[in-house]
Design a protein around this ligand. Structure first.
Ligand SMILES: C[S@@+](CC[C@H](N)C(=O)[O-])C[C@H]1O[C@@H](n2cnc3c(N)ncnc32)[C@H](O)[C@@H]1O
Length: 209
C-alpha cells in the first residue's frame, strides 16, 4: 500500500472513530498531525482546483455577512481566504493542527493585498477561543468536534461542513450524523448544497440555546 492510500485510510479511520467517540482523538492526534505536516508543501497541487466550490456555494447562502468567522482545519488557508474575500468586513481566523500547514497559509497571505486573515495553530478538540465568539464556524474536509463547535458558535451563528469529494472524501461524515449531533446541541435550519462531487451542510444555532 503506498503512502497516499495509507494517508486516506488513516483519515477515514480517525474520522469514524472520533465522531463515534471524541476521546479517541488522543490516539489519532499525533499521526494526523504528522500526515498533514508532511503533505503541507504539496497540498495545493494535489487537490482539485475547484475543491471549495461547494463550500463557497454555502457561503453565498448565509443570510447575513458574519462579523467573526473561524475556518477549522484550514490547511493552506483557502477556506479562510474565501470567507475573507467574500466578507471583507469580517474578522477571519483560520486554525490548523499542523504547523507546516499554518506556515503555508501565512505565506499565501503575502500575495493577498487588502485581505485580512489570522492563521493560528490550534487543536479543534480544545479551541483557544471564548464561548460564543464566532458567528460562522466553517469546516472543509475536516473532522468535526461537536462540543467545541457548539461552544464557540454564537447564538444565531452558522456552522458549515463541506466535503469536496462527497462521500468519497477521506474525511467525511454522513449528513444524517452531522444533523443528529448538531440538533442535540441546539442547531436548526439545515440546508444542503451540491456542486458535484462536493456536498455541504449549513446549520444555524438557535438563539435561545
Ligand atoms: C483534509 S485537510 C483539509 C484542509 C483544507 N480545509 C482543505 O479543504 O483544503 C484536513 C486539515 O485539518 C487539519 N486537522 C486535522 N485535525 C485537526 C484538529 N483536531 N485541529 C485542527 N486542525 C486539524 C489537518 O492538519 C489538515 O490540514
Amino acid at each position: 500500500m503506498n503512502r497516499a492510500t495509507l494517508g486516506r485510510k488513516l483519515c477515514r479511520v480517525a474520522t469514524n472513530a472520533v465522531v463515534a467517540r471524541p476521546g479517541a482523538w488522543s490516539v489519532f492526534r499525533r499521526p494526523i498531525q504528522r500526515l498533514f505536516d508532511a503533505l503541507a508543501p504539496q497540498w495545493d497541487t494535489i487537490r482539485r482546483p475547484d475543491h471549495l466550490a461547494v463550500y463557497e456555494q454555502a457561503l453565498d447562502a448565509l443570510p447575513v455577512p458574519p462579523k467573526r468567522a473561524l475556518d477549522i482545519g484550514t490547511g493552506t488557508g483557502d477556506g479562510a481566504l474565501a470567507i475573507a474575500r467574500r466578507f471583507p468586513t469580517a474578522e477571519v481566523v483560520g486554525v490548523d493542527l499542523a504547523e507546516r500547514m499554518v506556515a503555508e497559509a501565512r505565506r499565501k497571505m503575502d500575495g493577498e493585498a487588502g485581505v485580512e486573515v489570522r492563521f493560528e495553530r490550534a487543536d479543534a478538540s480544545k479551541l483557544p477561543y471564548d464561548s460564543a465568539s464566532f458567528d460562522l464556524v466553517a469546516h472543509a474536509n475536516m473532522i468535526p468536534f461537536f462540543d467545541e463547535i457548539a461552544r464557540v458558535t454564537a447564538p444565531g451563528g452558522h456552522v458549515l461542513f463541506a466535503f469536496s469529494g462527497g462521500p468519497g472524501t477521506p474525511i467525511y461524515v454522513p449528513f444524517e450524523r452531522l444533523r443528529r449531533e448538531l440538533q442535540r446541541r441546539g442547531f436548526t435550519d439545515f440546508a444542503e448544497f451540491a456542486a458535484a462531487p462536493g456536498i455541504a451542510l449549513l446549520a444555524r444555532k438557535e438563539t435561545s440555546s
